[in-house]
Design a protein around this ligand. Structure first.
Ligand code: MN
Ligand code: MN
Length: 306
């Protein structure tokens, strides 16, 4: 018996909803250690809200909100316009979000003060904040690898300018694109191996055991959980119970697992719990971003300035 075909739209929607669900699930245990999680939840596997942000069940954090801001910017420009992206980040920051990373805040403030669209290179900008919000770029440029890379780096550099952040943002996006195109985990593994070959710091097998917001730690944790699991639920329960930056590892693992297994792979109880207004925005953005990705329109989507 052959397995049912998962369409591009189903993988894209699974990826975006998966990201939001991973964020909402992981936020409950963000900054906890694995033993603190065991003491409180045994195994954390329900979307409960709470956590240090005292969230409502199903509420998401900056990871999902910055994706939605970036997705809105791409849709309102009907393509790539970096000032529109930066302005969307400003609007989001002014909306008093539940959380915001230090490097994101610093970068958005710099843009507000001097209008520059790229942060200067900085040793301390290797957090996971640029990689965690890049999914809309992977969707809009699903069929255009060169434009995907250029626009990913441009949006990343508004706040994060570091070679490790760049490398992880591209790799996690390319793995997502491979999955959207129907590629399998072996194809993804080759892409992850290329990252490790270029930057051995990212070696994730064996998993080094760190779950901080440092992009190297985050990427290793997400890749280990994704390759070490065989379903959406197993992947997400695995990753968030490691604690640390669990909303972000949850979001990125949910992005990959959702693209891999499609919407049908996401447990119903999690889909039902996700904040309804967030789910609706994701369901509206996904087909719009994919429409931009149609191969025939790719040539109109090149960044404006060379
Ligand atoms: Mn967050
Ligand atoms: Mn986080």
């Amino acid at each position: 018996m052959s397995s049912p075909v998962i369409t591009l739209h189903d993988r894209a929607l699974g990826s975006y909803l998966g990201l939001a669900i991973g964020d909402a699930l992981g936020a409950t245990v963000e900054f906890m250690t694995p033993s603190e999680i065991v003491a409180t939840h045994k195994v954390h596997r329900q979307i409960l809200g709470g956590g240090w942000l005292r969230l409502k069940p199903g509420q998401v954090t900056d990871d999902t909100q910055m994706c939605l801001a970036l997705g809105d910017a791409i849709l309102s420009a009907q393509g790539w316009d970096l000032p529109t992206v930066a302005n969307a980040f400003v609007t989001w920051m002014r909306s008093r979000p539940p959380d915001i990373g230090n490097t994101c805040r610093r970068g958005i403030r710099r843009y507000m003060l001097d209008g520059t669209l790229a942060a200067p290179p900085a040793e301390d900008s290797a957090g996971n904040g640029a990689a965690m919000r890049n999914l809309p770029v992977a969707l809009a440029f699903a069929h255009a690898p060169a434009a995907f890379e250029r626009c990913s780096i441009e949006q990343a550099h508004v706040t994060h300018n570091h070679p490790f952040s760049d490398a992880a943002t591209l790799t996690l996006g390319h793995i997502t694109r491979i999955l959207l195109g129907g590629g399998d985990k072996l194809d993804c593994r080759h892409c992850a191996n290329d990252l490790v070959a270029k930057h051995p710091q990212f070696r994730f097998d064996p998993w080094p055991g760190r779950t901080s917001g440092y992009i190297v730690d985050t990427t290793q944790t997400v890749l280990d959980a994704f390759f070490g699991s065989t379903s959406f639920e197993e992947c997400l329960v695995n990753v968030v119970n490691r604690g640390g930056d669990a909303d972000t590892t949850g979001a990125l693992a949910g992005q990959l697992a959702g693209a891999c297994y499609g919407v049908a792979g996401i447990p119903e109880r999690w889909l039902k719990r996700l904040d309804h207004s967030v789910a609706e925005r994701i369901r509206l953005q996904t087909p719009g971003l994919l429409a931009l990705a149609r191969p025939a329109r790719v040539s109109t989507l090149q960044p404006a300035n060379p």
